[in-house]
Design a protein around this ligand. Sequence first.
Ligand code: FAD
Ligand code: SF4
Length: 590
Amino acid sequence: MQKITNDDVDVVIVGLGWAGSIMAIELAQAGLKVRALERGPDRPPEDFAYPKPADQYAYAIRNKVFATPRDAALTVRYNTGETALPTRKWGAFAPGTGVGGSGLHWTGVLIRPTPTDLKLKTYADKAYKRGTLDPDMRVKDFPFTWDEIEPHFDKFDKICGLSGNTGNLNGQIQPGGDPFEGPRSNPYPLPALHDTYNSSLFAATAKSMGYHPFPNPSANVSSAWTNPYGSQLAPCNYCGYCSKYPCLNYSKASPQTAILDVVKRMPNFDYKANAMVIRVDLHADKQTARGVTYIDEQQREVFQPAKIVILSSFQFANVRLMLLSGIGKPYDPITETGTIGRNYAFLSNGAATLFFKDKHFNSFATAGATGEMFNDISPGNFDDGIRLGFLGGAKIHSSQSTGAPIGTALPPGTPSWGQGWKEGMVDWYDRSMKIGITTTCQSYRGHFLDLDPTYKDPWGQPLLRMTFDWRQNELKLQRYLREIVGKIAKEMKPDFMSESFLGLDSHWDITKYVSTHNVGGAIMGDSPRDSALNRYLQSWDVHNVFVPGGNAFPQNFQANPTATIGAITLFAAEAIKNHYLKSPGPLVQA
Ligand SMILES: Cc1cc2nc3c(=O)[nH]c(=O)nc-3n(C[C@H](O)[C@H](O)[C@H](O)COP(=O)(O)OP(=O)(O)OC[C@H]3O[C@@H](n4cnc5c(N)ncnc54)[C@H](O)[C@@H]3O)c2cc1C
Ligand code: SF4
């Protein structure tokens, strides 16, 4: 294979999704020469903006902008006694590929975790009697305080034009918002999106039962917005084609709409699409990186020298690149030594679908992040978890995503094809709504990522191996939430209802979509003994490598992850600009 060496840069960024784009603009604005390498194709907005159609078959069924197993296959098993097998087709999660990453086709629910979520270990140690929880649980606190991270959440809210109702402004609870949210330094930048019929029914019922619903915090903007980088977003037109689609109207915050148009115009930034990074190259002492190696579009091996390496290639790709490059020590679940791969966690969801003979929901007029949710059932806000012996919680929500023609919810028993299906569609299209749950998922000693000993990618490198299954803690939580959803649904008096929740004997299923909220594997922490990164996402082992992404979360909270990915990336970018550039070296002494 032909080998080439590129010109030097200050910073090389691996992966141009949300985390990579934030790093790109922040470090380019500091005057550094920045180059991003993205494994997938370029995806300029004109490729999908109006008048291009939002084609459900191409995007949501044929996964037009998702990574394929060729780019990102991994092997999976439930426990170390099994042989892991490779994924042949995406199911449970849908990572992106190409400029914008998953941030191009995300839904846009931009919610922060609560202060308790960030200090879960402290909370659990205080609230639960010793010995009540699974002895293999390994939850940890995030290594910063609410006050330290809040300004970065605030900045990311503004980058995205967050739309919604403020719940807690500087400690004062505000009407109409989430009373459980941590104190904000500023109100939401924009007002909430309009409610849909289903979510207003859900919110009224939940409120009458004592819960505290509020509009989903949304990065589908409710009004025109100019963000701090100068990017302009247009008001959402409620076309409904958000989740799994790029927005055709410049209304959903994404790397393209919020950041890239600005940074692409800077002379000290450039990027290469179709550049698959295969390793980080280290100096002989393994204390610092000298750059990265990638395979370019012509299948040539290219070395990109750089002073700083940012791994922002999505949670599991970041962990794999660290393992492939010898950054840090791989985790061993038996001895619990090593840090790379530990604390992998996912999340579970579930839903009840309510059918009403006499209602029309206008389900085709919606946005990805419209809807209402409540946070009463999250750690620290309710006591039943302590009584029932599980740690965790969920946001319970009703959004609207049933209007797209393929996959409309039909009553149980309706044939999935032919005359019976047609009759079902005629009778029931637009007459159902969902109440869903998005749950926490704790980390465990036996849930981890490592390199597969058998299966390799097209470049001969081992695939990532995922060892994961549901634990009783998460399944008991699901059983509890199913009851709550059932009670709300009953109050709403549907004609009938179908449910999809996990049972106590359920196993994780790689073939069914859950979410792309994968976390852990290269977590942030206070000590190199049990974390891969310090509070600034800097590798404890190789100080010029920073690793922003969901990989840094020690466990999963009930909030969607991207607000936190944005905040910790901005926190790390600030530390690089203000401290690392002046004095390159570890930013936290171990
Ligand atoms: C359908 C869907 C809906 C979602 N909805 C929400 C939501 O409502 N709210 C929320 O908070 N989150 C949501 N998410 C999750 C959200 O998209 C991710 O949390 C976020 O995009 C992660 O950002 P990232 O920068 O870490 O990774 P990404 O955005 O995935 O970017 C990583 C980039 O790295 C590239 N890359 C990978 N490996 C390499 C390599 N070896 N060399 C070069 N480049 C590489 C990838 O191609 C990709 O472009 C959703 C995700 C999906 C798929
Ligand atoms: S619903 Fe709004 S944000 Fe979503 S794709 Fe349509 S216009 Fe864009």
